[in-house]
Write a protein that binds this ligand. Structure first.
Ligand SMILES: C[S@@+](CC[C@H](N)C(=O)[O-])C[C@H]1O[C@@H](n2cnc3c(N)ncnc32)[C@H](O)[C@@H]1O
Length: 291
């Protein structure tokens, strides 16, 4: 079962997002529901009824009085259908389109289609944090023979890396449902290269190093897991970080400045920023701050 908690009748979406951010609910967690004729609504989805009720009680105390709260139970099938209604083929990057698995009317473009089922996993490519990751990878792809995605979600980054010709593509994902979805997506795209492991990266004991490590996680996780994340990057090679809201960018740059990395590039949007940095070849500590 999936539980949906809607905050309806929202007079100011940005104000509500920042109230919720203060309560630890990040934008990644929130879906915007467009209801023609009504004020917009935001929804959050949880698998536990108790947790959703707890959130409802907590929200009641902090959201503007004119907002409503609606909690409803969705069957997994409803959840999938909800995604299908909203999800149509779109351009992910200069090289890729994302095409829903059930779309039979997609007309070929000069870009490569990535066929996706996104039910129960994050990463359709509609979110800036994912699109930025694909863009950063495309920019240095000639130097990448091995790729590691920390928190694969639907597997979209691993799929893009495989289509771009990376020979070794591996990923970890903590959520078993997402692992299933990612494996289906690999098969759907007829890819045998990517391998995904169900694992909490914080408990991962592998000692492998890769040419390119991608971590699109929430800021507290990027910081908490940073020692582990950087340990997977080979000397002279790349680390891409995403899931960073603009207000957390300084925090992340300062935090990662203690590692032997220097800044390569950042992609910024209205709310999010993704950062590409490179490990120093001699492993010596980088003296400046990441710009
Ligand atoms: C924001 S999504 C990113 C999905 C995809 N890589 C992308 O860029 O669109 C983050 C994913 O990381 C997973 N995740 C969170 N914490 C994790 C951890 N400690 N170990 C492994 N995966 C984790 C979540 O379940 C989620 O699927």
């Amino acid at each position: 079962m999936i539980f949906e908690l809607q905050i309806t009748n929202v007079p100011d979406l940005e104000q509500l997002r920042s109230i919720l951010a203060g309560a630890g609910i990040t934008a990644v967690d929130l879906a915007e529901i467009d209801q023609p004729g009504d004020l917009p609504a935001l929804a959050i989805y949880r698998e536990s009824s108790a947790e959703t009720r707890r959130l409802r009680a907590a929200f009641r105390k902090i959201i503007p009085v004119e907002c409503g709260l609606i909690l409803r139970e969705l069957k997994v099938a409803d959840w999938r259908d909800k995604w299908k209604e909203d999800f149509q083929a779109f351009q992910l990057s200069s090289r890729f389109d994302v095409v829903p698995a059930w779309d039979t009317k997609y007309l070929p473009t000069p870009r490569m289609p990535i066929r996706m089922d996104t039910s129960l996993a994050f990463g359709t490519g509609l979110h800036e944090t994912t699109r930025f990751m694909v863009k950063l990878l495309e920019g240095v792809i000639e130097q990448v023979d091995s790729f590691f995605d920390i928190g694969a979600g639907t597997g979209i980054l691993a799929i893009a890396a495989s289509f771009l010709g990376v020979k070794l593509v591996e990923a970890v994902e903590i959520d078993p449902d997402a692992v299933k979805v990612a494996r289906q997506n690999f098969r759907r795209n007829k890819l045998s290269v990517p391998r995904i492991f169900r694992q909490d990266i914080g408990k991962c004991l592998r000692h492998k190093q890769y040419d390119y490590v991608a971590a699109n996680l929430i800021t507290p996780d990027l910081m908490r897991l940073s020692d582990k994340i950087v340990s997977f990057v080979a000397p002279g090679k790349y680390l891409a970080l995403s899931g960073i809201s603009l207000e957390n960018y300084d925090l992340i740059r300062k935090h990662f400045s203690k590692y032997p990395f220097h800044y390569v590039k950042a992609v910024k949007g209205k709310e999010w920023v993704a950062l590409l940095c490179r490990r120093t070849a001699d492993n010596r500590r980088w003296t400046g701050e990441l710009r």
